[in-house]
Design a protein around this ligand. Sequence first.
Ligand code: ZN
Length: 429
Amino acid sequence: MGLRIKNIDIVTMNSENKIIMNGNIYIENGIITHIGEELKEYKADETFNGRHMIAMPGMINAHTHMGMSLLRNYADDLPLHQWLTEKIWPVEAKLSSKDIYWGSLLSMTEMIQTGTTTFCDMYFYMDEVGKGAEESGIRAMLTRGIIEDRNDPDKKLNESRELFNRYHKASNDKIRVMIAPHAPYTCSPEFLVKAKELASELGTGLHIHLSETEKEVQESYEKFGKSPIEHVYNLGVFDVHTLAAHCVHVDDNDIRIMVEKGVHPVNNPGSNMKLASGFAPVQKMIDKGLFVSLGTDGASSNNNLNMFKELNLAALINKAVDKDALSVKAEDALRMATINGARGLQWENQIGSLEVGKKADLILVNMDKPHLTPKHNLVSSLAYSAYGSDVDTVFVDGKILMKNREMVTIDLEKVKYMAQKQAMDLITR
Ligand SMILES: [Zn+2]
């Protein structure tokens, strides 16, 4: 199956951030086999005319909670702790596998429509998420979020192991699995070590929330005499590849530790603002050499999964916070949303940039719009002006998931209907 996209402006996000104007892309068996100005005579089963379009790598949403989209706009304008303990956790305790399936499919639909081709989910009933990912064709990192159960500490770890055995590298390696202890304040030191050992044994990484709020950091000092990051570091948890969501309240020593251990922080600016958690020192982390990636967090703390919005926030917020217009440049924000996300998921050899030999996970953005005219700087257009709704066509693994904004693999009306139905059922259960 050969696929050709011609007359297209290409934002590659390769190591030089190369941009190719009026170029061509060939895709064969899901792999990019040619990318450049020259028009080669490949035999194509399907040709796309990319006039007025930009091709860029599909966005990578490096931290989210897919099933939470059923709780979108259910509980808002509350501080994190109160939001979690009084509103979210009581409802989450009633979530069924059917809820997770439809909530996750709703999330996948929204993500595909706004240009995300890979997500990293931390939630539960992860088999349902895997099932949805297989059906929709999106690329997925599944991580079973674990809040330690003192009565049966091994149960959720065993579930993670089973998930790994069932889904890791499944679906033509479109699905992978990591281990996800929720946070140092919901998992004991002994349990964190166990989770790390499981990740190490399986040869995969860890996904965890770290230093999201001031309260969390304060309590860590009270309990352990050190910051959450130093606490986890001293336990040896960072000896495995670690994707750390938030990292909002980090000091110089925390950043030094993250650099030493190659920890991958995920910036979640929308969620951090909504829950009044604060602002992560993103530019400082970039300056120290960390590969900061980008995530939306769950749809009930954002309240959507639109990576174009997140990209825009990431490129804007730190400028104001740092009072420095050079802070988190458009290009840096776009790297966070693409190639850095791939690094965070240990997937950078296959996705995150448009290069020959990589998987054809790419999106076409329709630039034929007033708010994207004129085209002075494509990266600025994407980071500062584009909306998720400007995404026209989405490919994952060379397969079309959305074409001219029509969903190809997902029954949109059914997903909306079932998500609404399950959400209403859930809150009255
Ligand atoms: Zn989260």
